[in-house]
Design a protein around this ligand. Structure first.
Ligand code: NAG
Ligand code: NAG
Ligand code: NAG
Ligand code: NAG
Ligand code: NAG
Length: 334
């Protein structure tokens, strides 16, 4: 064989090898996609909001379902612009009841928000891109917020008529709201879960409630004389009951974070330390996630926060470490 012939032969072999590699990658991606759970991302939006950030979510088998509260011409919209995100979530469930994906994720239309944990950079996109969907499948209902602030562990006392604490001004009306929405259930003394009504739920959990009950709850929102602010806040304390029949769903923050997002601090004390530093950082410069203009002290804090979080993420990559840290998710406090 001539030298040129040998070279051509090698080039052909390389091409063949590349083709095989490409095919193998395509096959494994397709296989992965079909194995991954199907997910609907339900967005509670208004005309003024921009949810284009959702196109960067890296969840496979994802379908985006934007509900626009104040646009009856939108493909997806609630029967009335009333009851905030609660109306939208319940409307989606009612409409999609017969064709639900494995997991439905419910979020607000803004990416960056104070409703999102500081450990996620206050970004819902980050929260979703790092979420372990297997954990959702196991738990059936998973709150996208881990922070206990103004929400856990014994937040709403339905027997209390006190509205002195303005961070729970809905408390005196919670017994009435609960009875109206769950007429066949005894009112629990305490209702609590992390705040803000953003969560993931399995098909199974949604189907555990008859479709008519969702209609009943939509009707309550349609007719309620309470303000939208109140009904929205009331539902923040009722989703866990709707899907799990549990009244208090407050896993310790560091455990919820490790199990759901594989960011694993060694203890709640360590996580509190990180959160304290993050808060000091935010207080210095409250613009979400941005440094403008660059500032030496802030940069130093950012570097420390990042390095500390990276150590927690490194720990979270090990399944054995996660199991050790999470242990019994519900064990330590109930
Ligand atoms: C397929 O999924 C496995 C495990 O989830 C992952 O490690 C691997 O990188 C994925 N492969 C492709 C081609 O996406
Ligand atoms: C909805 O469509 C109607 C009829 O085309 C139009 O008059 C109205 O302005 C539209 N509303 C919005 C919010 O786009
Ligand atoms: C709830 O509030 C009532 C009335 O103020 C009080 O008697 C009761 O002890 C409280 N329950 C709990 C669990 O704190
Ligand atoms: C409101 O409740 C929170 C949590 O229990 C507490 O930290 C705060 O001091 C209370 N505020 C008032 C005004 O009672
Ligand atoms: C309450 O129970 C009654 C009688 O079993 C039933 O007809 C009704 O649908 C239930 N209501 C709700 C909201 O579950």
């Amino acid at each position: 064989m001539t030298k040129v012939g040998r070279l051509r032969c090698t080039a052909q072999q390389i091409l063949l090898l590349l083709a095989v590699l490409l095919l193998w990658t395509l096959v494994s991606i397709t296989r992965n996609e079909s194995q991954a759970p199907s997910v609907n991302l339900v967005i509670a939006s208004t005309l003024a909001q921009d949810y284009s950030w959702t196109s960067n979510i890296r969840i496979p088998n994802l379908r985006i379902i934007p509900f626009v509260a104040d646009n009856p011409n939108s493909t997806y919209h609630p029967p009335l612009n009333k009851g905030r995100e609660a109306m939208i979530y319940l409307t989606y469930i009612y409409q999609f009841y017969g064709s639900l994906p494995d997991i439905s994720i419910f979020v607000h239309a803004d990416d960056e928000s104070w409703h999102v944990d500081s450990i996620f950079g206050r970004s819902t996109a980050y929260t979703l891109n790092h979420l372990d969907l297997n954990e959702v499948l196991q738990r059936q209902y998973l709150n996208l917020h881990v922070d206990w602030k103004h929400a856990c562990p014994a937040w709403i006392n339905t027997s209390s008529t006190s509205n002195e604490n303005e961070s729970k001004f809905e408390q005196p009306f919670m017994a009435a709201a609960f009875t109206a929405n769950f007429p066949n259930e005894t009112v629990p003394e305490i209702l609590a879960q992390p705040c803000c009504s953003q969560f993931a739920v399995t098909r199974e959990a949604i189907l555990s409630v008859p479709r008519e009950q969702y209609q009943h709850q939509i009707n309550w929102l349609l007719r309620s004389a309470f303000s939208d602010e109140l009904t929205g806040r009331m539902w923040e304390h009722m989703w866990q009951f709707l899907f799990l029949k549990e009244v208090v769903v407050c896993p310790l923050e560091y455990k919820a974070l490790c199990a759901g997002w594989h960011i694993c601090f060694g203890s709640q004390e360590e996580m509190n330390g990180w959160k304290k530093l993050a808060k000091d950082r935010e207080d210095l410069h409250p613009t979400l996630g941005r440094i403008d203009p660059p500032h030496g002290k802030i940069e130093a804090m950012d570097m420390e926060l990042r390095a500390w979080k990276e150590r927690a993420m490194k720990r979270g990559r090990s399944k054995a470490e996660r199991a050790r840290i999470v242990g019994d998710l519900w064990g330590e406090h109930e």
